[in-house]
Design a protein around this ligand. Structure first.
Ligand code: B12
Length: 224
């Protein structure tokens, strides 16, 4: 039964059918399916397939937009449920999140925000196309522990580097840790730009953030 449901979820995204995606997400919750599993095994598989089709010219932008709309519709049902499942309410740390300048992809970044929040982090989400100056200003304003920058385009990955450089310029690192992610990003790129961490998905982002917090419990005394 879940396999069939996951298959239908995947297809609803490929078809760009938000109403069906909404119904399937609701059905999953009613049947006790873990919302994260519904995303990973169902809906995200659909958006990845659509992206691959787009990448090789088999799908055009309006269809990809329709797929993204369907994905958003499913996430609107599932994300509040993931937040409810978050048992830990003690604040583990403050995370400023956003998508790099020039980049409007936010589905993955929103998922990271939801899972981190459900795991006990306080999230300050700056949205999409965020400049390095905006990241720095928010990090200072809220006394952030971690700044996370998402980038889905090879052209906007440079924005991740710019945020790290801006944090360094203001002397905010190493106290504030910079983490990056997004489909185009690799651990090699993370190392190259001196990021404090990288993760391939939202679940690993939680481990990453927790590990980094372990290292920064005594603010200001962490060696470079
Ligand atoms: C959906 C989508 C869109 C939607 C975005 C809707 C939205 N609100 O986000 C729309 C249709 C608007 C769109 C537009 C464009 N897109 Co687009 N899009 C995608 C697609 C299909 C899926 C992305 C997605 O949501 N994945 C699902 C989520 C759950 O996964 P994720 O984003 O990877 O996030 C996970 C991890 O990466 C990680 N993560 C993400 N962020 C962060 C941050 C931190 C700090 C951490 C730790 C972890 C982390 O955790 C997340 C959750 O597990 C990808 C293909 C792909 N395979 O990625 C193309 C893709 C990224 N797009 C692409 C392109 C080219 C474009 C356009 C330029 C197309 C155009 N000609 O206009 C525009 C860009 C506009 C802009 N300026 O940003 C290319 C990029 C090529 C490249 N290498 O540069 C891709 C790869 C498609 C392709 N195969 O060609 N797109």
């Amino acid at each position: 039964m879940p396999d069939q449901l996951f298959g239908a979820m995947r297809q609803s995204i490929i078809d760009g059918a938000p109403d069906t995606a909404t119904e399937l997400a609701q059905q999953a919750l009613a049947n006790g399916v873990d919302p994260l599993e519904a995303v990973n095994q169902g809906f995200a598989a659909g958006i990845t397939f659509a992206g691959d089709q787009f990448g090789c010219g088999q799908m055009f932008l309006p269809d990809l937009l329709a797929s993204a709309e369907a994905m958003k519709a499913a996430m609107n049902v599932l994300e509040p449920e993931m937040l409810k499942h978050g048992s830990q309410r003690e604040a583990l740390g403050k995370v400023v999140l956003g998508t790099a300048k020039g980049d409007i992809h936010d589905i993955g970044k929103n998922l990271v925000a939801t899972i981190l929040s459900a795991s006990g982090f306080q999230i300050f989400d700056l949205g999409t196309s965020v400049t390095p100056e905006q990241f720095v200003a928010k990090a200072k304003e809220v006394d952030a522990d971690i700044v996370g920058v998402s980038a889905l385009l090879t052209t906007t990955m440079a924005g991740q580097k710019a945020v790290i450089e801006a944090l360094d310029r203001d002397g905010l690192r190493p106290r504030i840790k910079a983490i990056i992610g997004g489909a185009a990003v690799t651990s090699k790129w993370a190392a190259e730009i001196g990021a404090d961490g990288y993760s391939r998905n939202a679940i690993d982002a939680v481990e990453l953030a927790k590990n980094l917090m372990g290292k920064v419990t005594n603010k200001g005394t962490v060696p470079a």
